[in-house]
Write a protein that binds this ligand. Sequence first.
Ligand SMILES: [Cu+2]
Length: 231
Amino acid sequence: MSRLVHLYVSLIAFLLLGQATAHFLMHLPPSIGFDDDLEGEAPCGSFTVDFSTDNVTNYFVGGDTVALTSIHPQATWLFRATLDTTASGNWTSLLPAIQQTGLGDYCEPFVAVPASWAGSKGVIGIVQDAPDGILYQCAAVNFITGTQTSVPSICVNGTGLTATFTADAVLSSLPASFTSSATSSATSSASTGSSTAKSSANTIHVSTYSARGPLAWVTVCWSAALVAYLL
Ligand SMILES: [Cu+2]
């Protein structure tokens, strides 16, 4: 059953994108732009942040939603942010690197930034270390005081998708690290890939992994691509 669900999710994703080479989509906060062919262009997947024209949304500094869809059955993520409204530097890591296994929707409902950022404009940057390269998406936001109180319905995890803190040499070389004293005390264990999160915010929400192994999802992914082409 879960195999069928995954096939369905990946098939829909492929159909929506109109192509089979998709990398990942950023739903919340809203991406400033997505170009599948140029998603590997730092820092924002080839798009330039422009607060006068972008869809600028409010982002709670105490924890807000990052909703994504991964077309890669396995990848490692970096969630980062900056007060540099050109997104050219000063990136702060919001969480340790996260390894995602399983295909489809992936959401973190309470990703915090430094509390002192409230009242400032800034950029949320999502980086995916995928088998086909390092990929980027950005969102232009107004940081505001507080923590979100209702998780948007788009914030879901695909069936069988798991996320654990990990170590990623490529991603950790991108920005300096940041630990929020107010919200984040997550620790990671690179050797086992396991993780613990000691606070309610920034908790990785792990669902049961029911797959027969990543290879099975690669197979499903390619099957979906084939079906998409045939359609
Ligand atoms: Cu890709």
